[in-house]
Design a protein around this ligand. Structure first.
Ligand code: MN
Length: 206
């Protein structure tokens, strides 16, 4: 048994309908997230016990400590493991709307308004080439929130950024329902954003 196991979803596969369909959620969780988890465990087995004993978040924050021959695998699968466990919890049934609390203030400070943030996040995430993620992140060096798009499964943590809200735009996240219409998927995804969780992450990041 590997170090990491697939985390449970915090809701049923059909809970985000009609915005994200049950079949997509089931395959995404049981096949894709499982694969990142299993492959991460396999890559860690090739590392020294010193690295194996570190938490994956610590490993991702300094990949230079990881041996050359497994660095790519840990970047990809460690990122995939962590990104998806964040993703499941930054969505919820009957979510969406606008954030309150510290997240609202941080977004207004960095982007001008929630509408401007939403427009920037959507339009920049839509045009990610190939597979990747759009993120709202907290930057500890500036104490501000930022938008960041990341390729493939590379975690924002590899750049010292704390992920607050992620939108997975790999085709496996939307193709069954939305086919090539990534903009329609992102527009629907806003309806399931869990702003309470984003506020929790921001308060922990500060
Ligand atoms: Mn995914």
């Amino acid at each position: 048994m590997g170090k990491y196991t697939l985390p449970e979803l915090p809701y049923a596969y059909d809970a985000l309908e009609p915005h994200i369909d049950a079949k997509t959620m089931e395959i995404h969780h049981t096949k894709h997230h499982q694969k990142y988890t299993d492959t991460l465990n396999g890559a860690l087995e090739k590392c020294s016990s010193e690295i194996q004993n570190k938490d994956i978040l610590e490993i991702l924050s300094d990949l230079s400590k990881v041996p050359d021959d497994v660095r790519g695998a840990i970047n990809f699968n460690g990122g995939g493991f962590d990104n998806h466990r964040l993703f499941w919890h930054n969505m919820k049934p009957n979510g969406g709307g606008e954030p309150g609390g510290a997240v609202a203030d941080a977004i207004n400070s960095s982007f001008g308004s929630f509408a401007d943030f939403k427009e920037k996040f959507s339009s920049t995430t839509v045009v990610i080439q190939g597979s990747g993620w759009g993120w709202l992140v907290y930057n500890p060096s500036t104490s501000k929130v930022e938008y960041k798009s990341m390729p493939n499964q590379t975690s924002p943590r590899t750049e010292g950024l704390v992920p607050l809200l992620g939108c997975d735009v790999w085709e496996h996240a939307y193709y069954l329902k939305y086919q090539n219409k990534r903009p329609d998927y992102i527009a629907a995804w806003w309806n399931v954003v869990n702003w309470d969780e984003v506020n929790n992450r921001l308060s922990k990041a500060k």
